[in-house]
Design a protein around this ligand. Structure first.
Ligand code: GUN
Length: 297
């Protein structure tokens, strides 16, 4: 079997287009564009790239982008004061504080200070709690994007065996919750799981979010599995190259011999994250304005 390549890049582009059209309609009706504030503390190069591309994508989707770049030695009090100002700014529908934060800042306290109704990352404990008990809130962007790709590919997930590898608050745990809500039978596996390969072999759906380059080979996969690879790992550079290749947690070529469908890296899950962030911001704008959230997003 040669697996179908799940084209997250194309899916994300279509989602961004729908969000952009809906944002324009919102602006027409509300007299203002949906607004997303992104806060970056320090100079982490990867974060810098993410923040720049979030800003561009926000503007391209007919939304207002507010970028706040603070020095690496910003105090917790100053950062909390900025979040408070954004919480109270009616032009701001969504607030994202880029992680990781410098070590002297406590991520949990900063996340807790964001209004849950503007927490478009879905990281606030209130939103984690809402997801856990089945209330509508904000769901973290990467797992929600994975669910969109799975629903598009498989339709109904009822009764399917899903194995999520990784238990982070940002991906693994919310992913498991979403799969459970979709009536899959869910296992969360992690670094201490015994016979990880054997557990993964049972899965109709594998979601890999471990951060280990090409850890999952074809021998781990059930014939016909659907594989969602959240990993983004850079291999050491080949002799003569200045950058190594980007690979996922799954060995793509060999896994493609066994799986029915698989997301590539890059071009799979990665592009979904920003598209869903824009979608969450659009939803926040509608909720904050007290108007019905459009269907089909
Ligand atoms: N750092 C890497 N990914 C993310 C994300 O989705 N949200 C935030 N806030 N920080 C990140």
């Amino acid at each position: 079997m040669t697996a179908t390549r799940i084209d997250g890049k194309a899916f994300a582009a279509k989602l961004r287009e729908r969000v952009g059209a809906s944002a324009a309609a919102f602006a027409e009706a509300a007299g203002r564009k949906p607004g997303l504030a992104v806060v970056l503390v320090g100079e982490d190069p990867a974060s810098n790239v993410y923040v720049r591309s979030k800003g561009k994508a926000t503007v391209a989707a007919n939304m207002e982008s507010f970028e706040h770049r603070l020095p690496a030695d910003t105090s917790e009090a100053d950062l909390l004061a900025l979040v408070d100002q954004l919480n109270n700014d009616d032009a701001v529908d969504g607030i994202l504080v880029q992680l990781p934060l410098p070590a002297h800042l406590d991520e949990q306290s900063i996340i807790a200070s964001i209004s849950p109704d503007k927490d478009v990352d879905g990281f606030h404990v209130i939103n984690a709690g809402r997801l856990s008990v089945g209330q509508s809130g904000f769901v973290p962007c990467t797992p929600l994007g994975c669910m969109m790709l799975l629903a598009d590919r498989l339709g109904d997930l009822s009764g399917l065996e899903a194995v999520v590898i990784g238990r982070s608050n940002i991906v693994g745990k919310p992913m498991a919750q979403l799969l459970l809500d979709a009536n899959a039978t869910v296992t969360i596996a992690h670094s201490r799981t015994k016979d990880l390969a054997g557990v993964v072999k049972r899965a109709d759906i594998v979601v890999a979010a471990v951060g280990r380059p090409e850890m999952i080979g074809k021998d781990w996969l059930k014939d016909g599995a659907t594989v969602i690879d959240v990993g983004i790992n850079r291999l050491p550079p080949e002799p003569g190259a200045d950058k190594g290749r980007l690979v996922g947690d799954v060995a793509f070529d060999e896994a493609s011999e066994v799986a029915a469908a698989i997301t590539p890296v890059p071009g799979g899950v990665g592009p979904m994250t920003i598209a869903v962030l824009l979608r969450n911001t659009l939803v926040a704008a509608h909720r904050n304005a007290g108007v019905a959230v459009p269907e089909g997003l």
